[in-house]
Design a protein around this ligand. Sequence first.
Ligand SMILES: NC(=O)c1ccc[n+]([C@@H]2O[C@H](COP(=O)([O-])OP(=O)(O)OC[C@H]3O[C@@H](n4cnc5c(N)ncnc54)[C@H](O)[C@@H]3O)[C@@H](O)[C@H]2O)c1
Length: 492
Amino acid sequence: MAMNGNSSHAQAFHRTSMGISPPQQGSFASMMAHQRQDSQNIPTSVSPTSPSQLPRARAVSIPGAPKSSVPRLLTPFDLGEIRILLLENVSQGAVDGLRQQGYQVDFHKGSWSEDELCEKIGQYNAIGIRSKTKLTAKVFRRAHKLLVVGCFCIGTNQVDLDAAAKAGVAVFNSPFANSRSVAELVIGEMICLSRQLLDRGLEMRNGEWNKVSKGCFEVRGKTLGIVGYGHIGSQLSVLAESMGMRVIYHDVLPLMPLGMASQTDSLEQLLNQADFVSLHVPELPETRNMMGTKQFQQMKKGAYLLNNARGTVIDIPALITALESGHVGGAAVDVYPREPAGNGKDLFVSSMNGWEDQLRKCPNVILTPHIGGSTEEAQRMIGLEVSNALIRYINYGSSLGAVNFPEVDLRVITEADSRVIRICYVHQNQPGSLRAINEILAPYNVDKQHTDSHKDIAYLMADISGVDDNDIRNIYERISKTENNILTRLLS
Ligand SMILES: NC(=O)c1ccc[n+]([C@@H]2O[C@H](COP(=O)([O-])OP(=O)(O)OC[C@H]3O[C@@H](n4cnc5c(N)ncnc54)[C@H](O)[C@@H]3O)[C@@H](O)[C@H]2O)c1
C-alpha cells in the first residue's frame, strides 16, 4: 500500500503506559517519524530521499502461483529502525536470520546486569537472551520501545512474564528444539547401563582389567517403558523400536502410538513389564516424586531407571535404596531437584541436595550435569525457532507460541490485497474493550479479525481493507487512545 507516496510497507506502534502520545498531524510516514522522535532521544534515520534509500519491498516468489495467493511480507516502515539486542552469544544462524530481515542487530557474547539493561533497553524493539540475563519488572518499565523478548533456551524463569505482558511485550522460547538430542542420549544411556559400561570404563581408568559378561545384556528384544509420550517420549519410541526393542508407554492423555508401541492403562502396569523405565513428564505438582519407594518396588528386579525429565520427578533417596539393594539394576540421572548455577569443581556435593555423595557411590549409575538437550544441533534449532518467532511477531503480529501472551494469528495478506492494513492491539482484558474497537472499525471493511485473552491481557489482530492515509491515521489515533490500550501497532 502506498502511504505518503514513499513506502510500500509500514509499521507504527503506540504504547499508552509508556506515556508516548499518538502523533497529531501529517501522513502515516510522518506519524512514524513523530513516534520515533518522541522516544528516548534515539537518533532517527534520515528520511528516504531517493529510490535506493527507500525500504525494500519484498515478496515470496512461488513459481506459477497466482498473485492472489502469494503472501505479502509485512515489514516495518523503515527496516533500519527495528533494533534488536542479542545477548549471551545466541547462535550465529539467529543473528544472520534477523540481519537478513534488515533489522539492526547488536550482538554481545555476555549477559548484561539489570543496571546496564535499564540504561540501554529503551533503544531496542526486541531483545534475545539465554538463561543468565534477568529481565525484571524494573527493566520492562524502561523498555519504552520493546515489542518482544526471545528466550533462546527452554526455560523462561529469568523473565518476569507478568511484567512483560503488562507492558504489552510478548515472550517466546523454544521448548521442543532439543527433543531429538534427549531421545538420542537415552538410547546411549540404555546401552551403557545394560553393558555396565561406565563401571568398566572407570575400572580401566584406575588400571583394573575386569572382563565380565554376567549381568550384561543387549537391548534388542527388551521392553522400554516410556513415562510421558510427548515430544521426547515419542521420538524415543521410534528410535528404540528401530533397535529391536518393544515399546510401551504411560501418559495421562490417550495418545496415538507410533510404530508398534502400545499405551498401558496405568503406571504400575508399565513398571511391572519394563526392562528400562525412561521418564519424560513435565515438572508438575502431580509428577513430583512420581517415582518413589512404592514405584521402585513395582519395577521388575534388575530393571533400569532413566531420568532426563526434571529432578523433582524421582525421590532420589528411595532410588539410592533401590540401587543399593540391587532391585534396580542401574540408573541414568541427568536432572536434579537443585542444580548448580554454573560449571565448576566440587559443586555436585551433598551440600547441594544432601544425597550426592551416596548417589555417586551406587553401582552402575550414570550421572550427567543436565546435558540431555545440550548439542550444537539443538542450539541451532533453538536459534532458528526463536528468531522465526521474533520475525513473525514483529512483521506479521503473530503471537503463536508466546508463553505470556494470548496466542493470536491471522492468515496472510496476499500480494493481491491492496490497501490493507493490519491492526495489532494489545489491551487490558476489560469488559467494553471490543465494543470500543468495533465502534472504531464499524465504517471500514474488516477482512478478518481474531482476539484472545490470557489473564489480564488481551490481543486483537484485524485486517482492514480499502483504507487510505486518512483512514489509517484515524484508526491509529482512535485505537491508541482507547481506555484499555497497552500497545497499538499497525503493519502494512
Ligand atoms: N534433560 C534435559 O536436558 C531436558 C531437555 C529437554 C526437556 N527436558 C524435560 O523433559 C520432559 C519432557 O519434555 P517433552 O518436551 O517431551 O514434554 P511434552 O510436554 O512434549 O511431553 C510431556 C508428556 O507427559 C505427559 N504427562 C504429563 N503429566 C503426566 C503424568 N502425571 N503421568 C504421565 N504422563 C504425563 C503429557 O501428557 C505429555 O504427553 C520435561 O520435563 C522437560 O522439561 C529435559
